[in-house]
Design a protein around this ligand. Structure first.
Ligand SMILES: Nc1nc(=O)c2c([nH]1)NC[C@@H]1CN(c3ccc(C(=O)N[C@@H](CCC(=O)O)C(=O)O)cc3)CN21
Ligand SMILES: CC(C)C(=O)C(=O)O
Ligand SMILES: [Mg+2]
Length: 296
């Protein structure tokens, strides 16, 4: 828990010009690695629909599934700020339902904040969640839950009018009480202007270098899926090849019986030989019945 990252840490980082490093995370083992590496924010994103479940969109993800992954991530995290993504239809139908679902991510999942997609249209929902004591991270631009309305994963805010709408939405989110906002899939200049006009930190994904922080889907930066390579992703590893290579070697060794060798095998406990005659009279003394402990 040493210097736990909170919403205040993130605001101070913006003021100090220190960039915020955020990653998605879906399980405890990754959480230990990412937290240990110094990520300030871990997001249990609804992108788990794509990368964990193999769905085409994030739309089928449920509140129960986000909670399940949040619990795992929280167990593996000691320093990072953990955010839970509000999935599709968990906050769009009514303010009451939104507050209840945000509360579930915190109370059942262990999230320290929630994130939801949308601009000024959601200010009432955001105000009520914040009033309930739950910090809200906004998310505007290319909002994947609106994939069908956008007609695909299309970069947003490319003309002046749409760019102005994004700035207005960002200001509305800040006014509604968001402590931070994700800017996804928008021109770098638009993200730069929004970042300069907000007091709360902006976190970009496909939004250029001027945001106060950056977020990427962990599987993308690790290069787990060679078929997913949009322009905004940088691969810092080629784990698809690394994992594939390790598994192919394992399979070869299983087939050639090179694995397991003696080093990965167990031996019986060495037994003390019973002394002829005496052994018959004192069976317990010479290792007949008592189990020994301490070796493999
Ligand atoms: N693994 C993964 N990474 C993500 O970043 C991600 C998900 N899944 N699932 C939910 C959404 C979907 N996302 C996407 C998916 C594709 C593009 C894409 O193809 N973008 C084009 C730009 C298209 C344009 O120019 O308008 C690109 O080439 O970057 C963008 C965001 C972001 N999110
Ligand atoms: C990429 C981030 C911002 C996200 O919303 C997700 O992973 O679901
Ligand atoms: Mg999301």
């Amino acid at each position: 828990m040493a210097n736990k990252v909170t919403i205040h840490t993130l605001r101070k980082m913006k003021q100090a010009g220190e960039r915020i490093g955020m990653l998605t995370c879906y399980d405890a083992t990754f959480a230990r690695i990412l937290d240990g590496a110094g990520a300030e924010v871990l997001l249990v994103g609804d992108s788990l629909g794509n990368v964990f479940q193999g769905e085409k969109t994030t739309l089928p993800v449920t509140v129960d599934q986000i909670i399940y992954h949040l619990r795992a991530v929280c167990r593996g995290t000691s320093r990072a700020h953990v955010v839970g993504d509000m999935p599709f239809m968990s906050y769009q139908t009514s303010v009451d339902e939104a507050v209840r679902n945000a509360g579930r991510l915190v109370a059942e999942g262990g999230a320290e904040a929630v994130k939801l997609e949308g601009g000024a249209d959601f200010d009432e929902v955001i105000r009520k969640i914040v009033r309930a004591g739950i910090p809200v991270m906004g998310h505007i631009g290319l909002t994947p839950q609106s994939v069908h309305r956008m007609g695909g994963y299309v970069i947003q805010g490319r003309d002046e009018e749409k760019a102005k709408k994004l700035l207005d939405d960002a200001l509305a989110l800040e006014a509604a009480g968001c402590y931070s906002v994700v800017l996804e899939g928008i021109p770098a200049t638009v993200a730069e202007e929004i970042t300069s006009k907000l007091s709360i930190p902006t976190i970009g994904i496909g939004a250029g270098p001027s945001c106060d922080g950056q977020v990427l889907v962990i599987y993308d930066l690790l290069g787990m899926d060679p078929s997913f390579s949009p322009k905004f992703v940088k691969r810092y590893a080629q784990l698809h090849e690394t994992i594939g290579g390790a598994v192919r070697t394992y399979l070869e060794e299983v087939k050639s019986a090179a694995f397991p060798s003696e080093a990965h095998s167990f031996q019986m406990t060495p037994q003390v030989r019973s002394v002829p005659d005496a052994g018959a009279e004192l069976p317990g003394l010479y290792g007949g019945s008592k189990a020994q402990t301490g070796s493999n």
